[in-house]
Design a protein around this ligand. Structure first.
Ligand code: NI
Ligand code: MN
Length: 225
């Protein structure tokens, strides 16, 4: 059994009862965050890229709990330079961790540290845990290779940005879901800032109109996959 909790923006907790992973833990300074970073416990911190709304509280959480930061090489080195334990990976590579297998995928976006340093390529992430595979696209525009991601792995749950401006908007995100063919699509990266206002129910309705399943999670809501 895999529990998925939406912490707003692009942040999710995955919990299989033994291991807890947090993805892109942007809580401090996030008006929609349902929890404080101090209340998070996790053994793994997965970062799709280094922008402040993704790196967020990641290094503090990692250091507080001696959690392992998992990121592409440049960002993992940055995390290590700040005193966190890190596992360096890169796009296209997978590794089997105690919780399961994790693979980084391409994402079309940027990645820079709070100091403005280049942090390598941004990524999406495929996480196979407790018999389920979750595809968190990271911040990205639409790309046709998403079809390949859906072909290579059966995706139980796809998490895609809908907020537009910095990432896909609703219509491109719906197309992305069509490409990947997940069992369930969940929207993210919306309504945190004025420029990424979007109606997640409109995304859900458009996915459902294709005969596929989507669900809008409340901030702080947990579901079982
Ligand atoms: Ni970003
Ligand atoms: Mn972002």
């Amino acid at each position: 059994m895999l529990k998925l909790t939406y912490l707003s923006h692009s942040s999710f907790l995955l919990d299989d009862g033994t291991y807890r992973l947090i993805i892109d833990p942007f809580l401090s300074g996030n008006p929609n965050a349902p929890m404080k970073a101090d209340d998070i416990t996790a053994q793994f911190v997965v970062l799709t890229h280094a922008h402040g709304d993704h790196l967020g509280d990641g290094l503090e959480i990692a250091k507080r709990h001696d959690a392992l930061v998992i990121a592409v090489n440049e960002l993992a080195n940055y995390a290590a330079s700040k005193g966190a334990r890190a596992h360096n990976m890169h796009i296209g590579g997978a590794f089997t961790f105690p919780f399961g297998r994790l693979k980084f995928t391409i994402a079309h976006h940027g990645s820079s540290s709070p100091e403005g340093m280049y942090m390598g390529e941004p990524a999406g992430v495929l996480i196979s845990m407790a018999g389920r595979t979750v595809y968190h696209t990271g911040d990205t525009g639409l790309f046709l290779d998403m079809q390949l991601i859906g072909e290579r792995d059966h995706i139980d749950c796809m998490i895609a940005p809908i907020g537009d401006n910095f990432t896909m908007g609703i219509d491109d995100a719906v197309k992305a879901v069509e490409f990947v063919e997940p069992d369930l699509a969940i929207p993210m990266h919306y309504n945190t800032f004025p420029v990424i206002q979007a109606d997640p129910d409109l995304f859900r309705k458009k996915v459902e109109a294709m005969g596929m399943k989507a669900r809008v999670l409340q901030f702080g809501e947990t579901i079982e996959l």
